[in-house]
Design a protein around this ligand. Structure first.
Ligand code: TDO
Length: 181
């Protein structure tokens, strides 16, 4: 696996190293020893999959607070998405900054998102599927979110939005969100 730091401290792009032969290929998605070497989560409490029907669907921006703040490892299994993280860590020099990575099923690249970040994505194809590993379990009472179109964050979403949940539409702006930590 190849780990490339993103410009927000603690976040990584992780590329697969496929071993190919006449049958096809084999690649690691997670290796405890390699993740340990980069100080990343070594255990996963939950693994989820989401399927979005329409290109342009937006989900996010979501996070969990302590004591259930979770790191995430996200991989696109079908189609492609524009994946976004926003730093909400208390005391962080980059609080409120965002970065993005295009995740495609073809290349298989992944994003590692530390605890304390909000996460969201917009699908770039119909029938996009995301696989998530979470370092802690789902906890609705510790869930939070920030509005995808907050002008202080200023995320440049690539497409017109075709589908958005009512919950995401009603999320607060970042100046109403308590820093995480
Ligand atoms: C996240 C989650 C949801 N659910 C339920 C709640 C609800 O009935 C249904 C759909 O949940 P949501 O609307 O929150 O799904 P969604 O908007 O896809 O939520 C996801 O968005 C992306 C951006 C993330 O980063 C994920 O961590 C997660 O928050 O699934 C679980 O049972 N377990 C879970 O871990």
């Amino acid at each position: 696996m190849k780990f490339t730091p993103l410009h927000l401290d603690g976040a990584y792009r992780i590329d697969l190293e496929r071993r190919s032969d006449s049958r096809g290929s084999f690649a690691r998605l997670f290796c405890r020893d390699e993740f340990r070497a980069f100080g990343l989560s070594e255990t996963w409490a939950q693994c989820n999959v989401s399927h979005s029907v329409q290109k342009g669907t937006l989900r996010g921006l979501h996070f969990q607070r302590p004591p259930k703040a979770d790191a995430k490892l996200v991989k696109c299994m079908a189609g492609a998405v524009f994946d976004v993280i926003v730093d909400l860590r208390k005391g962080s020099d980059t609080f409120g900054d965002w970065t993005s990575l295009t995740l495609t099923a073809d290349l298989g690249e992944m994003i590692y998102i530390p605890a304390g970040f909000a996460h969201g994505f917009q699908t770039l194809t119909d029938h996009a599927e995301l696989l998530y590993f979470h370092s802690d379990s789902y906890s609705p009472e510790n869930e939070g979110g920030v509005h995808y179109a907050d002008r202080h964050i200023g995320i440049a979403w690539p497409l017109a939005i075709s589908s958005l949940s009512e919950r995401d539409q009603a999320l607060p702006p970042i100046d109403k969100v308590e820093p995480i930590g």
